[in-house]
Design a binder for this molecule. Structure first.
Ligand code: NAI
Ligand code: MG
Length: 342
């Protein structure tokens, strides 16, 4: 049987370290893939290419599934974000970011069972990249919300919610102020809700949502929101469950899917071998589920849960002393203890 082809962008900063650890774990637990390595981000720029080279986009378009490490986007200057470019080029319109407490991991809600999913619109809003200076002292960024972009996001979200046994979808918005753009988003949400009456649907204003999240997050189930609010809220939710080192994500389009952690390239700890690969590993678990490899996905998830609850081999961000490699070896060893993967 031919091996599954998976595109891999190792990325920048801690990207190559956590990508290697993730691939080592996937291979050691029986995922036989042909890994197609591609350039993006600062490492591509340093080779004289753009941050998201056309050949990288075309390769993922053809392979359809990619595992992506974080890429550095220099602030200001002329370089556009590799992520924004990829999400737009492949029309990866839904960014799914689960935030779930893990046993043994310290965090502000360690005593509660949090299990949220944030679905972030991934191609529109202020991230559409339409910025200009009508005057040297004035800069404008255009917020774009379309009916089609909103309705496909909500159709996807209700379908995903149903498939995952979720009971409630809450749309996060600021339609009281941005009456046209967020108003359109909210209108499309309730149209989709009317077609999915088996799932409870409601809405919340983004500032109140943040307050509710840091005081009583267990009240939420699935949150769906625009690009900018989703970017911010998903980091906030990562903090609720123990930090960015644990928060996975998937960028989903009709044809392609790119799996990557919520966090960035963490230049402050890059090259030290101490990054937590869990967020990327759990993103790879989402990829395994996308590919129908549920048994292996369960096995790796169980191993991660065991490593966390044992607490003997945690990385520095979780209060432990283990290196990226030691943690990866521990996950593999526990996974092997569960028997061979078919
Ligand atoms: P960041 O997410 O890279 O780091 C924030 C903090 O979390 C840092 O203290 C870092 O050490 C820590 N951290 C993040 N991931 C960790 C991990 N796996 N294990 C242990 N600690 C971890 O955010 P920052 O510093 O704002 O951004 C750095 C660069 O990453 C920027 O160029 C930014 O544009 C880019 N970025 C890329 C993303 C992507 O490629 N998907 C997403 C977010 C940011
Ligand atoms: Mg972000």
């Amino acid at each position: 049987m031919s091996k599954t082809r998976v595109a891999v962008i190792p990325g920048d900063g801690i990207g190559p370290e956590i990508t290697q650890a993730t691939i080592d774990i996937l291979e050691a637990t029986g995922f036989e893939a042909e890994w197609i390595y591609l350039d993006a981000g600062l490492s591509a720029i340093e080779k004289g290419k753009s941050s998201m080279p056309q050949e990288t986009v075309e390769a993922i378009r053809e392979i359809k599934v990619a595992l992506k490490g974080p890429t550095t986007t220099p602030s200001g200057g002329g370089h556009t974000s590799a992520n924004v470019a990829l999400r737009k080029a492949l029309d990866l319109f839904a960014n799914v970011r689960p935030a779930k407490t893990l046993p043994g991991v310290q965090g502000p809600f360690a005593d509660k069972h949090l299990d949220l999913i944030i679905v972030r619109e991934n191609t529109e809003d202020l991230y559409a990249g339409i910025e200009y200076k009508p005057h040297p002292d004035v800069a404008q960024s255009i917020k774009v919300i379309t009916r089609q972009g909103s309705s496909r996001l909500f159709d996807y979200t209700f379908k995903m919610a149903r498939e995952q046994g979720r009971k409630r979808v809450t749309v996060v918005h600021k339609a009281n102020i941005m009456k046209l753009s967020d108003g359109l988003f909210l209108e499309e949400f309730y149209k989709a809700a009317a077609k999915n009456t088996d799932i409870k649907a409601d809405d919340i204003i983004v500032d109140n949502c943040c307050m509710q999240l840091v005081t009583k997050p267990e009240q939420f189930d699935v949150l769906v929101t625009e690009n900018l609010y989703g970017d911010i809220i998903s980091d906030l939710c990562a903090g609720l469950v123990g930090g960015l080192g644990l928060a996975p994500g998937a960028n989903i389009g009709y044809d392609c899917a790119v799996f990557e952690a919520v966090h960035g390239s963490a230049p402050d700890i890059a090259g030290k071998g101490v990054a937590n690969p869990t967020a990327m590993l759990l993103s790879a678990v989402m990829m395994l589920r996308h590919l129908g490899r549920h048994e292996q996905a369960d096995r790796i998830t169980n191993s991660v849960l065991r490593v966390c609850s044992d607490g003997n081999c945690l990385t520095v961000d979780l209060g432990g002393h283990a290196s990226t490699e030691e943690y990866a070896r521990e996950v593999v060893s526990i996974s092997r203890g569960q028997g061979a993967v078919a």
